[in-house]
Design a protein around this ligand. Structure first.
Ligand code: GLU
Length: 393
């Protein structure tokens, strides 16, 4: 088998090299089945692990489930399957308690928590994606730990993630995380269901989620909308495409991240490229560009030096695009320099072109981004660049 390897050595180094880490916590870990309360001792131990990682300079984000499991009891919704609107009501009351528990657990280490509730649109639609990405970036720079969940109260069946495995992978992609850890009740992927097949072998590392690997995950359990190996493999595909390595690890015992770092068994999904390359490829290969920015010589030189494009260097704006849409950047002679996601709509860009960033607020009436295209959202074209050469697909 070329894409998956049975466990021999345990690659704990994958967690050691994490710089930006998303940790997904399943409801079954965080919430006590019998009482419906948050398992505080477990959460405190997780907070200790997070604090230790942050002390090493790792940026940590948590994607936590548990709002419905915690909330339902407080509304008397127990002992039966819930309708969608009952789940949403349970989430509305549970999310407060969940956020509060994280805040208390991390405050023991002097760490501030920030709650973020997302819908699929927020991670998939480019304009909102840029907003959420910028907010999360700001929080991480300010030293906070974002605690993220699906915005269950507004999401409906057609437009919801439904499972936080996929949400966590989308978040990892959106913020260019290098590592995603899915903590759950199983220590990774097996060649078959280990509960039924005594010959099932545990896999230590997977490099590609082929049809063969997918078959190992089995079928989604009927009537089971969240969890399971199937959603984890879907998350794995998103993570691998985003250049983010992903672990499926057991999290039920205390200090699950410390255990993982110490070599607890798990399955690592390892991408071929890093998140930066993957994001650039995503931008370069994004839908057909909707407009063109023509820039002056100074801006062209700055772009080649790896800098952002500032409004001051933009000479002309063509096309019809919104904030977050892909555009082409050309030099005065019309040669393509780069492609990127515009931080402004065509109309706003036209108003701020040639102006210093400090003037943006006076010109537009709101204080937008300093950059016309941020360097993270920009891919140089031409030989050797991850530009239109790979945009053909
Ligand atoms: N967002 C749901 C909650 O917080 C959980 C979804 C999942 O279990 O993956 O209760």
């Amino acid at each position: 088998m070329s894409t998956a390897r049975a466990t021999t050595a345990v690659p704990a180094r994958h967690l050691d090299s994490a710089r930006r880490l998303v940790v997904k916590i399943g409801s079954a870990l965080l919430v006590d089945d019998a009482s419906g309360d948050v398992r505080r001792a477990w959460l405190d131990a997780l907070a200790d692990d997070i604090a230790a990682l942050r002390a090493r300079g790792v940026e940590v984000l948590v994607v936590s489930s548990g709002a419905i499991a915690v909330g339902r009891r407080h509304l008397g919704l127990t002992g039966r399957a819930l309708r969608l609107e009952e789940k949403q009501a349970a989430a509305a009351t549970g999310q407060i308690r969940l956020a509060h528990a994280y805040q208390e657990a991390l405050a023991r280490h002097g760490i501030t928590v920030a709650q973020i509730l997302l819908t699929p649109d927020d991670t998939e639609e480019r304009r909102r994606h840029l907003n959420a990405r910028a907010t999360i970036d700001a929080l991480l720079k300010l030293g906070a730990v974002p605690v993220i969940n699906e915005n269950d109260t507004v999401a409906t069946d057609e437009i919801r993630f439904g499972d936080n495995d996929r949400l966590a992978a989308r978040v990892a992609q959106m913020i260019s995380a290098d590592t995603l850890v899915l903590l759950s009740d199983i220590d990774g992927l097996y060649t078959a269901d280990p509960r039924r097949d005594p010959n099932a072998r545990h896999l230590g590392e997977v490099h590609e989620i082929t049809a063969e690997v997918e078959a190992m995950g089995g079928e989604a359990p009927p009537g089971y909308s969240s969890g399971g190996m199937v959603t984890k493999l879907v998350a794995g595909k998103i993570a691998l495409a985003a250049g983010c390595r992903m672990a499926i690890a057991r999290g039920k015992e205390a200090h699950p991240l410390a255990a993982l770092a110490a070599g607890a068994p798990c399955t690592w999904f390892v991408p071929h490229a890093g998140p930066k390359t993957a994001r650039k490829r995503w931008i370069a290969g994004a839908l057909a560009p909707l407009g063109t920015l023509t820039v002056d010589g100074g801006a062209a030189a700055a772009l080649r030096a790896g800098k952002s494009l500032l409004p001051a260097g933009v000479r002309a704006v063509d096309g019809s695009f919104e904030r977050g849409d892909p555009v082409i950047v050309r030099d005065a002679a019309g040669a393509e320099l780069a492609r990127g996601l515009s931080a402004y709509s065509a109309a706003d860009m036209d108003r701020i072109k040639g102006h210093r960033s400090a003037e943006i607020e006076a010109l537009l009436g709101f204080r937008g981004r300093d950059e016309a295209i941020h360097r993270d959202d920009l891919v140089l074209s031409g030989p050797g660049a991850a530009g239109p050469g790979i945009a053909g697909g």
